[in-house]
Design a protein around this ligand. Sequence first.
Ligand code: AMP
Ligand code: TRP
Length: 346
Amino acid sequence: MSAPTTDRRADAAAQPIRKQRERVFSGIKPTGTPTLGNYIGAIRHWAAEQDIYDNIFCVVDLHAITVSIEPRELRQNTRELAALLVACGIDPARSALFIQSHMPEHAELAWILDCVTPTGWLNRMTQFKAKAGEDREAASAGLYTYPVLMAADILIYQTDAVPVGEDQKQHVELTRDIASSFNHRFGETFVEPRPIIRAVGARIMALDDPTKKMSKSEAEGSYISLLDPPAAIRKKIARATTDSERTIVFDENRPGIFNLLTIYQALGGGETPEQIEAEFAGKGYKEFKAALAQRVVATLEPIQRRYAELTADPATLDALLAEGAARVRPLAQRTVHTVKERVGLL
Ligand code: AMP
Ligand code: TRP
């Protein structure tokens, strides 16, 4: 027989964990070297706001295998990404950084959430439609339930807020719906998290086609990787699609130049669009692109230097990742224990 709801609610250990600060959780897939889009839309904010929040960041390798990926490549990408996050300023002293598969509780919670998530909700996910492509029947079941694993990542830590790029908004909203429906059915268990999506740079577009999102799974010339050498950065920006007009202004109807200006603004010191337009008034695309390339190179140069140092010492990186997992493990175990009690598995 199941216990009455009031008893379940009275279980103090099952209440959401109290925190001094709001907790943020975010994840990134080890599917290739992160792009400038990842940096501008997500990583730079994670790094900049570490003193505001209680921070948990995760390299989501279980999400990476929802599409086909070479084992050797996955292994290498995972460590490269962890090192790059530290190089971008994720400070292990202020943030827990770990590899998703090192915490089996995520997958355990995901299964339980799979069983309370209507397929109708998953059928609405636009990322699945985009990633599955033409042959939807051939897409893996993991790709289909991907958002539920993401919900488990977030809910397992009683996360308050999820800083992500625009493309992840729908997944965070689904996470809220899953949390809310679980709470309604089984008693208060999860915090309902909110997405944090920035006004500037939440959707950086491809350099060769500004109607598409910049993505590491697209053609080489379409994105700037965080490990691109200066010459490659200059070349890609010089070739970036613009238009046949002359003025350098923030006009959303001119997606190419708008995207480049957005990158310029995001990597700057807080100038307004008006200030940037004034800076380039009367100047040509060539001059603007050279200034942009310079700004991107200047941003990535110190990151690449730290990355080289970190990868020269793999033992330190491993220790840091193990420590990150150890720090969050008690939180994850506590949530999973509560959830199992709530649904009758314990
Ligand atoms: P992913 O590489 O898909 O795991 O994405 C990691 C984070 O980067 C997520 O928060 C994404 O929303 C964000 N992101 C990915 N691509 C872009 C982009 N082109 N512009 C802005 N943010 C992005
Ligand atoms: N789905 C996210 C992406 O493609 C990655 C991710 C997995 C994530 N789990 C997460 C992001 C939890 C935020 C919170 O970018």
